[in-house]
Ligand binder design. Sequence first.
Ligand SMILES: *Cc1c(COP(=O)(O)O)cnc(C)c1O
Length: 348
Amino acid sequence: MIPHSRPTIDQADIDSVTERMRAGQLAQGEVVAEFERKMAGFIGVRCAVATNSGTSALHLALLALGVAQGDEVIVPSYVCTSLLHAARYVGADPVLADIALDDFNMNVDDVRQRITGRTKCVIVPHMFGCPADIAAFRALGLPVIEDCAMSVGAEVRGHKVGTFGDMAVLSFYATKMMTTAQGGMLLGDSTDMIEDARDLCYYDGRGASRAHYNYRMTDVAAALGLSQLARLPAFIERRRAIAGRYRSALSRTPLIAPPDKPGHVYYRFVARLSEGLDDALEAMAASGVCCERPVEPPLHRLLSQTGFPSSDTAFGHALSIPIFPSLSDSEVKRVVDALERNFGRGRQ
Ligand SMILES: *Cc1c(COP(=O)(O)O)cnc(C)c1O
């Protein structure tokens, strides 16, 4: 069975981690500082603070923006629950917005309808690695947190995503664009906000005037991050090559391929079906390919809210097809064959 997703680890990663373990410096030290510098340089922002997850980086971003009890934070419905929990950590009310079906990114017109006097900021994910129209979100006049957890390395007109918002959050979970096993980072150009987040990130020697957290990344994790970052451009190239194969296979089926945007990094390859998903998931599994619903379920369903028609449509019809750098050519061919067999126009 071809898995839906799998980490991409090579000997350089293993060597990088074992070197740190042999050196005996396990917790936070110089390697984290180097990883922060290199990551900030790669994205193209001034400052960065590494964390133990993308969710903790989101929490720190909200704290650094001063979001608190009674404030509202706008997030898409069609996304993982991490955003919902981060808003709750600071006592804010998550306000959900619908998406646009063509690229699964948040619909800026719907966001505008949901702004109130209590809205403090908007969290904009670049869904599945496809850059959102961040300029349109900026034009709302609210602070923007770019959620680049699925889109490290994605670009808009030569600029990396993560450079457009007030702050950006990355995730290095095992199967994200690049990994530190688990980890995250908060980046931005505002030294004040990022240094405030760095202060909040650890408790020792930092006084007791406010709550501090233990959100730091370890040197062992950062060592893995550094060797993964060195290969990120190759990872992205491989993902784009696989996406090209899938796109041409889908052109011989009724399935709708994801948008062919130049800066897309294909964290997920999400196709849309006109029929229901259950049969498609079953048929692909019977052909030895594990596909998934890429979001399960949309947040409005968890919160028993209605009025999110595109998120509902995506939930019912979006099929995530395995795509990751360590997918071999023969595995890609098996996926293509399975797509043609199950959805091809000539199928019986
Ligand atoms: C994975 C993810 C997160 C959370 O990151 P973790 O490292 O798992 O905490 C947040 N937002 C989006 C869009 C994600 O894909």
